[in-house]
Ligand binder design. Sequence first.
Ligand code: GTP
Ligand code: MN
Ligand code: MN
Length: 608
Amino acid sequence: MTDVDATLDAAGLTNTHVREYVKHWFEVTGAERLEVVNASDDDRLVAEAVEAGELLPVGEGRYYSRSYFKDTARAEERTIVATSDENDKGVYNNWRPAAEMKDKLVGLMTGSSAGKTMYVIPYLMAPPGSPLEKFAAGVELTDNRNVVMQMIRMARVGVDHINDLGDSFVRAVHVTGDLPNLGQGTPDDQRYFVTVADERTILHYGSSYGGNALLGKIAHGLRQGAYDGWKNGFLVEQFMLLGVVDKETGKKYHICGGFPSASGKTNLAMTLAPDALGDRYYVEFYGDDIAWLWVGDDGKLYGMNPENGVFGVAKDTNEKTNPTAVDSIVPGTGAIFTNVAYNPKLQEVWWEGKGPKPTDLDGWEDWKGDAIAARTGEEVDAPWAHPNSRFTTTLANVPNVAKDFEDPAGVEIHGIIFGGRTRDREPLVRAIHDVAEGVYDGLTLGAEATFAADGLEGVLRYDPMSMRPFMSYAEADYAAHWLEVIGRATKKPIFAHVNWFQRGDDGRFLWPGYRENLRPLVWLMQYMNGEVEGTKTPVGVIPKREELLLEGLDEQGLADLDTVLTIDVDRWKQEMDHREKHLAQFDGLPEEIWEAHRRVAADLDSAE
Ligand code: GTP
Ligand code: MN
Ligand code: MN
């Protein structure tokens, strides 16, 4: 029998609240051994995982892992926010009563870690010393070693982060369960991913993949954080955060913003200036997936990235689309690749869009571990990597990471942008001054339905502020909270909507995207500064063609530029009807939001 007290004593874990919590769940889950983790244990844990075959080497100092083949993404339909107040029920948060869910999860977890080691991961979702530190601490218990190594990269991990915080930490229990027998995606699905938000307790059962299992990242960093932010006056969003530096004037602007999952946050935050603008502008990386925002004593809006690493989509990551990402996962970085293709003989990885497909198939295995050379019939054309395969690396490995990325004071936020995947209607960029109109724009953000089954042609899958999968309380309260927090800032950020995804009749992207996306951001900076005036439209101010820096933009980009700088009023009027239905779902939505909607609608009606 493991002596829990002796193990915790030896690890220097003195916080009595944490000790009681660990003891309780160690008993419930029936784990055999207990181990307390610090970030400095990484080398040893990696060596153990390689020895056990859980991690496979990718040359020197990089690793590969596969997850169970039915366990490759977040499972939104199995994700629940539970509280004791039914008023917390929203349209998207799958609200359930806390008591019911706790009973359910205790039942599922009882004895389910038998024979395994339970790892205790004390973590902080903030740079140490942050004004939001007391909301950022947590202790994850997990019975999966791979989760430990991912957490060490994605969060700040160590006993010192939690010893002095008393009861102010999130209790986060992760039990993997018997993955081949959980009925994933069937009516008999056994998986439950529950955040008991008003008890600051996270109970996840039935997955060892990414957002379902790294509880610091999404369950705490987004869902629990958003709930805590609502109760304590700050905002927690699925936002990237970057700085644009004008080397000539020395000025620096910080922009954060939300794009729905798989719509380009990581790519934008890691971007470099296009070659032609590189002498003048530089992009600094702060964060690619989560931002916490608060109003400082000086009345300015501040933001920080609570994470310590990047969990990026591998597909299409290459020297041309994202050279910074490529440099952040080179040998020696400790990067972990999940569910890409692997070649044990070469100790190499490959994914669609990495570069030319290897022509010598010898040794190559797809993301499920099946030999590529043995494929027959239709299998031959199947992707080698899972479309949601990912790389994990720490912020310090990102070449354009800002020097002050760990400054606990955070950075002043000058602009908030929203961006979806929209094949028409949405211009390259439109700037919005009014706070209510900016919040309204965020609430009506969406990405296109990709399959006919997802929805009607031309109707967006709305994703308010890109938080739909992470919403922890009712949307009307969420809107009111945004208006309250930004309203408190005496120096208001500007809002803007961006779109890199307009398409022509032949399906081609009208805007070249990626590094070229810096051009509209520079315009926004100049607009904030009064250096350009743009053209006023019913949906915001858009750039005049000659105001954009066009030097070095390719011919195709130039040819389609007028289209992405046009407002299609008829198409916008259609969209307003969809928006009305979308917003009407949210009982008690603040009147300011409805007023913004009616103002935009009236302006569109009077535009010819
Ligand atoms: P999550 O990490 O899931 O929240 O997604 P994300 O918002 O970070 O998305 P990411 O940056 O990983 O991009 C997702 C996909 O969009 C990738 O396949 C990119 O290649 C593609 N993408 C990103 N930026 C652009 C762009 O400017 N233009 C085009 N056409 N595609 C882009
Ligand atoms: Mn994300
Ligand atoms: Mn990302």
